[in-house]
Design a protein. Sequence first.
Length: 60
Amino acid sequence: MSDAVQVRNGQHCLVIGGAHKGKSGLVEDCNVSKGQTVTITVRQADGERFKTMARNVTVQ
């Protein structure tokens, strides 16, 4: 998947889709499930963390 190549730990990203649309932060963790879905953990500036699919973010 191209998502795995585009999103790397430590990059700043903006969520452009899904439940967390409009939020941004640093990518902390990238995981690939058995079904090849790439999920990431994003830490916002205030320390709050959330998980989303890599296809829902764009790297800034």
